[in-house]
Design a binder for this molecule. Sequence first.
Ligand code: PGA
Length: 261
Amino acid sequence: MATERLPIISGNWKMNNNHFEAIQCVQKLAYLLQKEDFDAVEVTVHPPFTDLRSMQTLIDADQLRIRLGAQNCHPEEKGAFTGEVSPVFLAKLGVHFVIVGHSERREHFGETDEFVARKVAAVQKHGMTPILCVGETLAERESGVALDKVRHQVRVALEKRSSDQVKSMVIAYEPIWAIGTGKNATATDAQEVVAAIREEVAAVVSRPAAQSVRIQYGGSVKAGTAAEFMRQPDIDGLLVGGASLDPTEFARIVQYRRHAY
Ligand code: PGA
């Protein structure tokens, strides 16, 4: 029997919302969500770096149960890396979760599997939780190598991590062809890949790690589709881009149990 895994739903704002807009967005989200929602689901928001300080202040002042996340970080703690942000700085700002290896970073900024693995280690070293993104392109899916690609990404990112380290992590399966396109994977297709990811974690790390690690689905998730993904046995959460910019829509996603239709 699988270990109980607390669902986790994350809003990846990407390069949207300045710090004023971020405050409005999170205040509205906090107003829409109830205690029972936070008891049932861990909710994280990932604003741009420039919003983090304002978010930290708001979350602390209003004692919100929304967890603060970042979208990226550099693997080094400090040094001559112009324009980069250290995991030390993020930890200091009350960031709990850091997305690493998002497909947009891999694609537009040339991040390799090895570089992503270094970020996973750096985020954990500073007491934060990585959300490791993996996923295949449309061409890879059509040529039948989707599972190989995703398993390889998981292997390289996790092979040097301990079982306990992997237990506390989050992995996000995001088929690249489904991101921002309005075309989501079917829930059964997503379940198949997520189950394969869990098997790969068991093979590379340990069976207990595979049972505890939380795995999200991401790619064009909306309030109307959230529940069917969450019904899948291996899908523990959702990584939401576009739909997380609208607090009403995002709140409905978090409340997927109530809005299942
Ligand atoms: P989307 O983005 O929900 O807009 O498809 C998901 C993501 O990239 O994390």
